[in-house]
Design a protein around this ligand. Structure first.
Ligand code: XIL
Length: 468
């Protein structure tokens, strides 16, 4: 008897906990935009908080994917928009992985920063062996084809990357410089401006975060390009070392902003000698906070991008012997002190759990039953002639692996394009299924799974969700 009652009480407590947990998830999803995530805080400030994304992990690692979607409002391809990936053989373009990233970003309402068109590294062998007019033509073809392909989807490009050496501000002795002479930099910008006049055009490099010979050289190059109307922004990679944020970083960024440029911290990470310690993590948090504050204090700072998600995702250990742990998330996806520091610098608050007073809590309170799911269509943009909706699936107490959604249009609406779902229509009934990589929704979790552009009057019809 006693045993039965105890068990039943535990069972009831379990249900109560589950319902409370579900309400918590719903609330945090609803109010995430307030201040509790990096992207919520950055959205409120009107700046980008970006992350370098590995497309393989995006497709295969749900923890990774969820952090990218939840915490960041901008993405940069860590590798898949580099020339060796996009044009492995002369004239043969391979946009598959980059397109996957762009589709993911669109589905999650994120901007895409383009990295990178002209670089001495991660370029295919064929182009490294060219010179003169042939090389110049290849440079133009690459810039034009790539920027055309992503026009409207990629808002800014690192047109040239790392063109100044570490030797006293001299231009880097790359195959581009050897094959084309100094004018290749201006040429690259001219080709880029022609290809997509609406994209912001950037130069980008490391070890130019403070004032030094290398950043002085960039300042000179920037003046020249600004005078020709060819440059819009300066990217500071900020691959930094623990405790060594340059003392004059704000003045340095300010002088580029004073040229009329946007400035952006493009590849932030702060590495340390391994093994790391709690004390080093605290120092790292201060360093991150300082860098992000430098950006938020500058009206012309377009944002900060961190170069990877978890410490285990970072390029640092592969390149800097004995160093690592340079990012915001631990290997298991939990948040490091540096995360809270960045959130703080963005004006967010990790402890904010209750909704602001003047808003009503969401009314969806019935969690789906075990093994079941619910789904919701949310109109996120409406420009009269069309509208965009994002669609999310919520799992019950069991994780969902595969979903099929159906709904009826109330008054003749239709879908003009969609991403990340298999859609079929019969009369006014729409059926949408997962496309594999977005099939999974964790127990009790809500996940934005796909999106579409609708025509007709925007609508949020109720949706039936079938799991499995
Ligand atoms: C790095 C990537 O993180 C690695 O995965 C890859 O193996 C090498 O390139 N400066 C840049 C980035 O502009 O493209 C580099 O990214 C890091 C340094």
């Amino acid at each position: 008897m006693l045993q039965t009652r105890t068990r039943r009480r535990a069972w009831i407590a379990g249900i109560v906990a589950a319902v409370v947990a579900f309400a918590g998830v719903a609330l945090s999803a609803q109010y995430a935009h307030a201040q509790t995530t990096l992207r919520g805080a950055a959205d409120a400030l009107g700046i980008d908080i970006g992350v370098a994304v590995d497309v393989n992990k995006l497709q295969n690692d749900q923890t990774y994917r969820d952090i990218v979607a939840t915490e960041f409002n901008s993405v940069t391809a860590e590798n898949v928009m580099k020339m060796e990936t996009l044009q492995p053989s002369k004239g043969q373009y391979n946009f598959g992985q980059a397109d996957t990233l762009v589709a993911f970003a669109q589905q999650n309402g994120q901007s895409v920063y383009g990295h990178t068109l002209v670089w001495h590294s991660q370029s295919p062998d064929w182009v490294e062996n060219e010179s003169g007019q042939t090389l110049r033509q290849s440079m133009q073809d690459h810039i034009t084809t790539v920027m055309d392909h992503f026009e409207g989807d990629v808002f800014a490009w690192d047109v040239v990357n790392e063109v100044v050496s570490d030797n006293n501000g001299q231009l880097r002795d790359s195959f581009w410089l050897q094959g084309l002479g100094e004018s290749y930099i201006t040429d690259a910008f001219e080709f880029a401006r022609q290809a997509d006049p609406n994209a912001d055009l950037y130069m980008n490099d490391y070890s130019i975060d403070g004032i030094n010979a290398k950043s002085d050289r960039y300042y000179e190059l920037a003046q020249g390009l600004v005078n020709q109307g060819l440059l819009d922004g300066m990217g500071f990679q900020a691959h930094l070392i623990l405790g060594q944020v340059p003392g004059n970083m704000e003045q340095n960024l300010q002088r580029f902003a004073d040229l009329g440029l946007k400035v952006r911290i493009t590849e932030l990470d702060i590495r340390m000698d391994l093994p790391s310690s709690q004390q080093m993590f605290e120092q790292q948090a201060q360093d991150f906070e300082r860098v992000v504050n430098i950006c938020t204090n500058l009206a012309d700072c377009s944002g900060v991008t961190v170069w990877g998600v978890r410490d285990s995702d970072s390029w640092v250990p592969d390149v800097f012997d004995g160093q690592g742990d340079p990012l915001l998330f631990n290997d298991d996806g939990s948040k490091k002190p540096a995360y809270d520091a960045v959130l703080n610098a963005l004006g967010g608050d990790p402890d904010e759990t209750t909704p602001p007073d003047d808003t009503t809590p969401p009314d969806e309170t019935t969690p789906p039953a075990d093994g079941d799911c619910t789904a919701r269509i949310e109109v996120v943009n409406d420009w009269g002639s069309g509208w965009q909706a994002n669609v999310s699936v919520t799992a019950g107490q069991a994780a969902v692996d595969g979903w099929t959604l159906t709904w009826d249009w109330p008054s003749g609406q239709s879908i003009s394009s969609s991403w990340n779902a298999d859609i079929s229509t019969s009369g006014s009934t729409v059926t949408a299924g997962d496309v594999g990589w977005n099939a999974g929704v964790g127990a009790g979790q809500t996940r934005e799974v796909f999106g579409f552009i609708g025509s007709g009057t925007s609508a949020e019809p109720s949706v039936t969700c079938q799991a499995g």
